[in-house]
Design a binder for this molecule. Structure first.
Ligand code: PLP
Length: 369
């Protein structure tokens, strides 16, 4: 599904140099390269503050902690996302309120978000799934009207642009706080775990920074109950190099997506991914829907041809065992139930060659006849 080794080899000299420079400095935690990377990313995103942390899941948790949400407060998020988004809500004793998505962009259905709001709702976590935006105009209007915080889950959409009130903005910088992940396979990935939070709010930024480091500002004086969640200097050094290539990487994904689109758009058994008009799509995943054909059979066939295909996500969150306690109503999620039966994702990464794509396309179409 990804080819991280080929990607590394192209920038090996630069990366290795940065890695060895961290080792020589012996500043493995909170070294100057962490601040440097945070500044570079803030400039790239056009946001005031970037605070790095241990991973994307921690970023979401720290965001909820910094906003001082209290047990019982309701947080609205998507039923169709990676488990981390809802996990942190539950972990903090908050109440996850799952909402269905649009069938064509797989992102939060904003009408259903409106219907899910109660006096206890405190925040919305829009998930920019597979590389493109939730309708942030709508989300921000809803949030303003009901005085809600907005935490953008940008783990799959770092670098994507959104046209907000006629102005282009990077995803993750529109809401109260943006969160992202630097997991190796993400669009901006390191050689291990990493994550970050973004905000324009100075006070919130200071608090987030303190929470990531045991709730302290001054050493051994703890103002908040915090966590230990830092980005290691080695990862900051790797990410500093890879950030320079992020736009190129995202363009390579877009090019590969267009190539797939062209090959599949006339196939009656496939629906190619729809683009949200207000956002760029940076294709963290290239996800199709299958129509009147056997998805499991197709995936088996592709596997026999050494082509990996994955299902993101085979089980919507409302049907996950660990979350039974919230008694979600099956009838509230017709779209995610449908999607979990129909979606599949093809290899999508920065190093895909035309020959590889031709081979994949040939076999997908051969199976579907
Ligand atoms: C990857 C991902 C996360 C979690 O990031 P980690 O760094 O793996 O903890 C959260 N939300 C979404 C949508 C993701 O894809």
């Amino acid at each position: 599904m990804v080819d991280l080794l080929s990607q590394y080899k192209k920038i090996k000299d630069e990366i290795d140099k940065e890695i060895f420079s961290v080792i020589e400095s012996a500043k493995f935690i909170k070294g100057p390269v962490v601040a440097e990377f945070q500044n570079n990313l803030a400039t790239y995103l056009g946001t005031k503050h970037v605070i790095a942390c241990g991973n994307g899941t921690d970023a979401l948790q720290i965001a909820l902690m910094a906003l001082e949400l209290k047990p019982g407060d309701e947080v609205i998020t998507s039923d169709f996302t990676f488990i981390a988004t809802v996990e942190v809500i539950a972990l903090l004793g908050l109440k996850p309120v799952l909402v269905d998505v649009y069938p064509d962009t797989f992102t939060l259905d904003t009408e259903k978000v409106k219907a899910a709001i109660t006096p206890k709702t405190k925040a919305i976590i829009p998930v920019h799934l597979f590389g493109q935006a939730v309708d942030m105009d709508e989300i921000m209007q809803i949030a303003k009207k009901h005085k809600l915080y907005v935490i953008e889950d940008t783990a799959q959409a770092i670098g994507a642009d959104y046209l907000m009130n006629g102005k282009s903005q990077k995803l993750g910088t529109i809401g109260t706080i943006g969160c992202t992940s630097f997991f190796p396979s993400k669009n901006l990935g390191t050689f291990g775990d990493g994550g970050a939070l973004f905000t324009n709010d100075d006070i919130l930024a200071a608090k987030i920074s303190s929470i990531t480091n045991h709730g302290m500002k001054v050493r051994y004086y703890h103002d908040y109950v915090g966590v230990n969640s830092r980005l290691d200097s080695l990862h900051a050094a790797i990410l500093k190099v890879k950030l320079k290539y992020l736009d190129n990487y995202n363009q390579a994904r877009q090019k590969a997506a267009e190539y797939y689109d062209k090959a599949f758009k006339n196939c009656k058994k496939l629906e190619v991914p729809l683009r949200n008009k207000k956002s760029t799509h940076i294709f963290h995943q290239y996800t199709l829907k299958i129509k009147n054909a056997d998805r499991a059979g197709l995936i088996e066939y592709l596997k026999s041809k050494n082509i990996p295909a994955m299902i993101y996500y085979p089980v919507p969150l409302h049907r996950q065992k660990a979350y039974n306690q919230y008694n979600f109503k099956e009838s509230d999620f017709p779209v995610t139930d449908m999607l979990s039966e129909k979606v599949f994702s093809l290899p999508m990464h920065t190093e895909l060659t035309k020959e590889q794509q031709d081979y994949i396309i040939e076999h997908v179409l051969k199976y579907l006849g």
